[in-house]
Design a protein around this ligand. Structure first.
Ligand code: GLU
Length: 449
């Protein structure tokens, strides 16, 4: 490995041993950049990589909220503004009980490269809190969101930092956060957030965009093999917005999703998560705050496997779409043993680095990285920002057409970046390189700081 890359990875691990997810993502991304950094020895003199692995700034704040019985609770809130070289910071807000500074930094770092890949003008950021939305009433969620924004409102804005949703944050939470933001600012400010409700500037297709986009990307991968989605089975994880979008688009294109998962286990539905009744039920399950996937098995009479992951199931395509580090080495080995060819990451960093390396080493396996596959979500957020600045709304067809175009361009630019660096058909390294090059060029052009 290039010695400068090695040095930077080593420094990060030494400095942040208590931030394992962040160290993991830095190692994964930087170790793909060998041929590029070899070609640019000038990067070391200006410490380009060293600057790239430090957030420009990160806020950490206290968020206090009152429950329905009047008891106060104290959580931690964060916003990490990782890299603004190519545009205003952009990225979601995650509410989940295990949110830590390490998770915020890993997500914001990934977001920087993902946003760059979209070709739009968006820097990388991420935020969140260790608030657990499960089982909370609407009023409690509203009060929490208001408190969160009271701490954050002065640091975000339409040209500064544009938050959106992520795990635990959907349209409802964005509505409460934007409401509080508008109240404090006394200004609509072009919406500032993305993923807003359709009545106040939200874009059509935004809720479906991550799922739809990942299926569009998958179509390109299959096309490369002379294949289509017709008749294919897909093992997914999670049962939120992203998985829901995958189920819908996969069905439209003739494939079917056969597994879903939750913190309680996974369900196996060999007939597929197809049709309005089943897909609407996913939305209902997510909205219920119960966070249990067993409800699906009970309702539709399919198998439920308590406390297990779906990665031992035979399917044509694996799409880990739940959360980080969901697929460890033991699951990766099951996937290989089942002879599965397509491993399409959807959630951010769903695979541990050793499992990812192992999967990529398999001669018959095609691995696609989440930062490319799931970029449709943030891409449509970028389209929402454009619509808000134009003060008009695009039709559903127009947004979907743009999403499709962007996903195709992400796929093509990843393939091209790997190809011109002598790495063959390597979608993982290709996405890292293509995402990196744009941010690197912008940083080099903007001087040393
Ligand atoms: N949280 C989503 C992601 O991981 C969406 C971010 C956004 O729309 O800004 O990309």
């Amino acid at each position: 490995m290039n010695s400068y890359i090695e040095k930077v990875i080593g420094r990060v691990k030494e400095k942040y041993p208590y931030q394992p997810e962040f160290c993991q993502t830095v190692e994964e991304v930087l170790s793909s950049l060998d041929p590029v950094v070899e070609r640019h020895p000038e990067y070391e003199k200006v410490d380009l990589l060293g600057r790239m692995v430090e957030p420009e700034r990160m806020f950490s704040f206290r968020v206090v909220w009152q429950d329905d019985k009047g008891f106060a609770h104290t959580q931690n809130g964060y916003r990490c503004q990782f890299n603004g070289a190519i545009g205003p910071y952009k990225g979601g807000i995650r509410f989940q009980k295990d949110v830590t500074p390490s998770i915020m930094k890993f997500l914001a770092f990934e977001q920087t490269f993902k946003n760059s890949l979209t070709g739009l003008s968006m820097g990388g950021g991420k935020g969140g809190s260790d608030f657990d939305p499960a089982g909370k009433s609407d009023d409690e969620i509203m009060r929490f969101c208001q408190s969160f924004i009271q701490a954050l409102y002065r640091y975000i804005g339409p040209d500064t930092d544009v938050p959106a949703g992520d795990m635990g944050v959907g349209g409802k939470e964005i509505g409460y956060m934007f409401g509080e933001y508008r109240r404090l600012k006394g200004n609509f400010e072009n919406g500032t957030f993305t993923g807003k409700g359709f009545s106040f500037g939200g874009s059509l297709i935004r809720p479906e965009a991550t799922g739809f986009g990942s299926v569009y990307y998958l179509e390109d991968v299959l096309k490369h093999d002379g294949e289509t989605l017709k008749g294919k089975t897909i093992a997914c994880a999670g049962f939120g917005n992203v998985t829901w979008g995958i189920c819908r688009k996969a069905e439209e294109l003739g494939a079917k999703v056969i597994t879903l998962s939750g913190p309680d286990g996974y369900v196996y539905d060999p007939d597929g998560v197809l049709g309005k009744e089943k897909i609407d039920y996913l939305v209902e399950m997510r909205g219920s705050g119960r966070n249990r996937v067993q409800d699906y098995a009970d309702k539709f009479g399919v198998e439920f496997h308590a406390r297990e992951k779906p990665w031992g199931v035979k399917a044509d395509i694996i799409m880990p779409s739940a959360m980080q580090n969901d697929v460890h080495m033991d699951s990766a080995q099951k996937i290989v043993k089942n002879g599965i060819r397509y491993y399409i990451e959807v959630a951010n960093m769903p695979t541990t680095n050793d499992a990812l390396r192992y999967l990529m080493e398999q001669p018959d396996m095609i691995v696609a990285p989440s930062k490319a596959v799931n970029a449709g979500g943030v891409a449509v957020s970028g389209l929402e920002m454009s619509q808000n600045s134009e003060r008009l709304f695009w039709t559903e067809d127009e947004v979907d057409r743009q999403l499709h175009r962007i996903m195709h361009q992400i796929y093509e630019s990843s393939v091209a970046a790997a190809g011109r660096n002598g790495l063959g058909y390597n979608l993982v390294a290709g996405a890292n390189i293509a995402g990196f090059e744009r941010v690197a060029d912008a940083m080099m052009a903007q001087g040393i700081f």
